[in-house]
Write a protein that binds this ligand. Sequence first.
Ligand SMILES: [Zn+2]
Length: 314
Amino acid sequence: MKSISINDQEIAPGENKTVILNSYELHTKSSIKIPVHVIRSKKPGPTILFSAGLHGEETNGIEIIRKLVGREEVQNLKCGTIIAIPVINIVSFLYSTRDLPDGKDLNRCFPGTKNGSLGSRIAYDLMKHIIPLIDFGIDFHTGGAKINNFPQIRCVFDFPENLAIAKKFSAPLIIDSKYRDGTLRKEAAKKNKPILVFEGGESMRFDYLSINEGLSGCLRLMKAYKMLDLDIPNNTVVKIKNDTWIRAGESGLFHMNASNGTYIRKNDLLGVICNPFGEVEHKILSHVDGYIVGINNQPVVNEGDALIHLGMED
Ligand SMILES: [Zn+2]
């Protein structure tokens, strides 16, 4: 076992250390630093990345990593290495925004360039200093504007290695999800480093079911590689191969009648949209058999808005 180095900071086997990925100077002359927790056993084993906060308003993942790193078993790994980055996008986290101050989505800036814009530089540093060190990783996200995602792992089913990691993590749902250009997941995959995305809850809101599922998944994954000794039962995992959205048939006040994560059948009543000025009610029926994998929590909706995300089993 050798020391590893992150931007010239050495971490020896058996050492637990917080290092800085890099420092970025803003127009105010304030500098933004990205802390990286590195936890190493003296015994060889896999190196796993747990990262969150690529989007600065997605707090559930940040909390999952905070809880994970604080655990005694994790601080005393039986083998291998954990690299945990609670907040990648520090500057957006400061302002609770998804995007960077220049309007860019950091998760569309990969692989990045050394002399590019802020997002491009952060992406470049992750690709240069972190990705070469890891075997695989989990990147934590939440639903976006008012969408609450039931705890789920997103990966590419065509790659058996992705599915094997997803099964070890054992989130309630595993969803087939193609690579998107500019993402950490796609660029890491090009380097043969599988990164799976965990989605749970919504932005700007703690969702304790998602936080607990995310934390348990990390611990199960580590247990599967004998990095710690814990008894955490697996979920009954549902594999989702195809998905569809139910959109608002009309504008109005949206009430959901079904719970996130539940199995529903075609023609089941999932919710209603009411006219705020009268008694008119528009029923929302499912057009498929499947699982509810995400829900729009916004009470006021416009015609065509995405309301309920449904996933169909593999
Ligand atoms: Zn995100």
